[in-house]
Write a protein that binds this ligand. Structure first.
Ligand code: HEM
Length: 515
C-alpha cells in the first residue's frame, strides 16, 4: 500500500515530465520506423499521422503531394508508417492479383452504419476472402455485355436532364451545371439500381439531404481515415451508439425503403408482371444462386455500394470533361466538328448510343484526358505490405505492415509517361501524332494506359467502370449536340475540395438549344 501511495505521489508530482518523456519516446519510435525511416518527406509527417490528417482537412492534399514528389522523387513518406509511391512499376505489385496487398483501415472508416452496425461493402471491406466471395455472385451484372441492357435506363434520365436544362436555355438563365450533373449521376444510379430515380432532376433539389449527407460522410472519412482509430471515438464509439441509438445514413434509408417496396410489390404481383431487370433484381437473383453468401443484408450492401461509389465519382468525372472542354476553345471546336460531322452523316442519333459513341475518336481522347487530369479519387489507394516486405525499385526495403499506395493524381502527372505537358489538358496525347509510327504510338499509349489509375487497378479495381463509362460516353456528346454551351466567366476557375473524392463547385454556364 505504501509503495502504491508513493507511486501515485511520484506520478502526480512529475506528471508533465512523464507525459513529455512518453511523447518523446513515441515520436522517436515513429521517426525511426524501420525501412520507412530512409524515405524522404516532411519532418512532422515522420513523427505523427496528425500531419497528414491536417493536410487532408485543409482540402488540397493532392497539391501538397505533387510538390513533395517533385522535390523528393518516386517515394515520399507521409506518416510514420506510410509511403506514397509514384513509380508505375510498383503499381503491378501493390495492386496485382494474388499479391496479398490488403486495403487498410482507411476504408473501414467508410463503412457506414445501418441500425448502428458498420456495413461492409464491395468497396469498403478489408477482408479479401470475403470480398472474393461477395464479388463472384454479382460481377456479371456489371459486365460489358450487360451494359446495353442498362442503356434505356440512362436514355430516360438524359431526356429528363435535358427537359430541365431547356428551362435554363429558354429563360436564358445561368445554370450551375455541376449541380445538375450530380443530380443526373445520382438519378441514373437510382434508376439502374432500383428502377426509381432519387427524384433530384424532377424536383431540382437534394432530396432528403442525400447529397449533403454523402458529402459529409466523405469529408469525415477522408480526414479521419488518416488516423482511423479516431473513428472509434467519433462515430463507431459503442458508448455513443448506445446513448444515441443506432444511426442510419440517408443513403441507407433510401436503399432500405426501395428494398421494402420491392418486397411488397413482388408479393402483390407475384404471378403477373415481371420486375424490371435493374441491379436490385440481379442482386436478388444472386441470392437464389448463392444462398450461402448472398443474404438480404448482402443485397442491401450491394445497393449501398452502388449508391456510394457510383454517384459522386461519375458526377466529378462529367464535370471535369465539361469544364476542361469549355476552358479550351480549340478542343471545343475540334470536338464539335467531330460530333456535327457524325450527326450530319447519320452515324449518331440523339441521345447518342453507346455503340455510336465508340466510333468518335476525338470524344474518346477528350474523355480520357479529363479523367487523367482530374481522377475522381484524390488520396492514396492505400494497401498494407504483406509478409515478405516490399523492395522498392531504386529505393528502400519496406517491411510487412507498412502502408503504401499510389494517388492517381500524382502518377497521372508523371512527365516520363505522359509527356512534358502532363500538367495541361491535351486530348491529342491519346491519338497518333503526325509522323508517329503506329507501333511507336501503340507503345506510348500502352504506357499511359498502364499508368492510369482513374478506376484503380487489380482485384479491387472499380466494378462499376462500365456503368460510369456508359453514362459519360452517352451524355457528353448528346449534351454538346443538343446545346451551345459557354462558361459564364471563362477566366474564373472552379473550386475544388479533395476529401477522398475530388469535388468541384461553381461551374456556371449559359446554354442555347441548337437548331
Ligand atoms: C467515373 C466514375 C467512377 C470512378 C472514377 C470510380 C473509381 C473507383 C476507384 C478508383 C476504385 C478503387 C478504389 C480503391 O482501390 O481504393 C473503385 C472501386 C469501386 N467502384 Fe468505382 N468509380 C466510378 C464509378 C462507379 C460506379 C458507377 C459504381 C457502381 C455502380 C462503382 C462501384 C465501385 C465499387 C463497388 C468499387 C469497389 C470494387 C471492389 O473493391 O471490388 N464505381 N471505383
Amino acid at each position: 500500500m505504501a509503495v502504491f501511495a508513493s507511486v501515485v505521489d511520484f506520478v502526480s508530482q512529475n506528471f508533465l515530465a512523464l507525459v513529455g518523456i512518453g511523447l518523446i519516446y513515441h515520436f522517436t519510435r515513429n521517426y525511426l520506423t524501420p525501412g520507412v525511416s530512409s524515405v524522404p518527406g516532411p519532418f512532422l509527417a515522420k513523427l505523427s499521422n496528425v500531419w497528414r490528417l491536417v493536410d487532408v482537412a485543409r482540402g488540397r492534399p493532392e497539391v501538397t503531394l505533387h510538390k513533395l514528389h517533385q522535390t523528393h522523387g518516386d517515394y515520399v513518406r507521409l506518416g510514420p508508417n506510410v509511403v506514397s509511391v509514384r513509380n508505375p512499376e510498383v503499381a503491378k505489385t501493390i495492386y496485382g492479383i494474388n499479391k496479398g496487398y490488403q486495403k487498410t483501415s482507411f476504408y473501414r472508416v467508410q463503412q457506414q452504419l445501418a441500425k448502428g452496425k458498420p456495413t461492409q461493402t464491395l468497396f469498403t471491406t478489408l477482408d479479401e476472402d470475403f470480398h472474393a466471395a461477395i464479388k463472384r455472385p454479382v460481377s456479371s451484372a456489371f459486365s460489358m455485355s450487360t451494359l446495353t441492357e442498362f442503356e434505356p435506363f440512362v436514355d430516360n434520365i438524359i431526356h429528363l436532364l435535358f427537359s430541365r436544362l431547356d428551362e435554363f436555355a429558354a429563360g436564358q438563365k445561368i445554370c450551375d451545371i455541376g449541380i445538375w450533373l450530380q443530380y443526373y449521376a445520382f438519378d441514373v444510379i437510382g434508376e439502374l439500381t432500383f428502377s426509381k430515380t432519387l427524384g433530384f432532376l424532377e424536383q431540382g433539389k437534394d432530396i432528403d439531404g442525400i447529397i449533403a449527407s454523402l458529402e459529409k460522410t466523405l469529408d469525415y472519412a477522408g480526414t479521419i481515415g488518416q488516423m482511423p482509430w479516431l473513428d472509434y471515438v467519433f462515430v463507431k464509439n459503442p458508448l455513443k451508439q448506445l446513448l444515441q441509438g443506432g444511426s442510419t445514413t440517408a443513403v441507407a434509408r433510401f436503399a432500405r425503403a426501395r428494398m421494402n417496396e420491392r418486397v411488397s410489390t413482388t408479393n402483390e404481383k407475384k404471378s403477373t408482371a415481371a420486375a424490371p431487370r435493374d441491379f436490385l433484381t440481379r442482386f436478388t437473383e444472386a441470392k437464389s444462386a448463392y444462398p450461402d453468401v448472398v443474404t438480404d443484408a448482402q443485397v442491401f450492401s450491394y445497393t449501398i455500394s452502388n449508391m456510394n461509389a457510383g454517384s459522386d465519382t461519375t458526377a466529378i468525372s462529367l464535370r471535369a470533361i465539361l469544364y476542361y472542354t469549355l476552358k479550351s476553345p480549340r478542343v471545343m471546336r475540334k470536338l464539335q466538328q467531330e460530333l456535327q460531322g457524325a450527326l450530319s452523316a447519320g452515324s449518331v442519333t440523339l441521345p447518342v448510343s453507346w455503340k455510336q459513341s465508340q466510333e468518335l475518336p476525338y470524344l474518346d481522347a477528350v474523355i480520357k484526358e479529363a479523367l487523367r487530369l482530374h481522377p475522381a479519387v484524390g488520396l492514396l489507394l492505400e494497401r498494407i505490405v504483406p509478409n515478405g516486405g516490399l523492395q522498392l525499385p531504386r529505393g528502400p526495403f519496406l517491411p510487412a505492415g507498412t502502408i503504401v499506395g499510389i494517388n492517381p493524381w500524382i502518377i497521372h502527372r508523371q512527365q516520363a509517361i505522359f509527356g512534358t505537358d502532363a500538367e495541361s489538358f491535351v486530348p491529342e496525347r491519346w491519338l497518333r501524332g503526325d509522323g508517329e509510327e503506329e507501333d511507336e504510338f501503340q507503345a506510348r499509349r500502352q504506357n499511359m494506359v498502364r499508368a492510369t489509375l482513374t478506376f484503380g487497378a487489380g482485384p479491387r479495381t472499380c466494378i462499376g467502370k462500365n456503368i460510369s463509362l456508359l453514362e459519360i460516353y452517352k451524355l457528353i456528346p448528346s449534351l454538346f449536340l443538343t446545346y451551345d454551351i459557354e462558361l459564364e466567366n471563362p477566366d474564373a476557375e472552379w473550386e475544388i475540395v479533395n476529401a477522398w473524392f475530388v469535388r468541384q463547385k461553381n461551374i456556371d454556364i449559359r446554354l442555347r438549344r441548337r437548331s
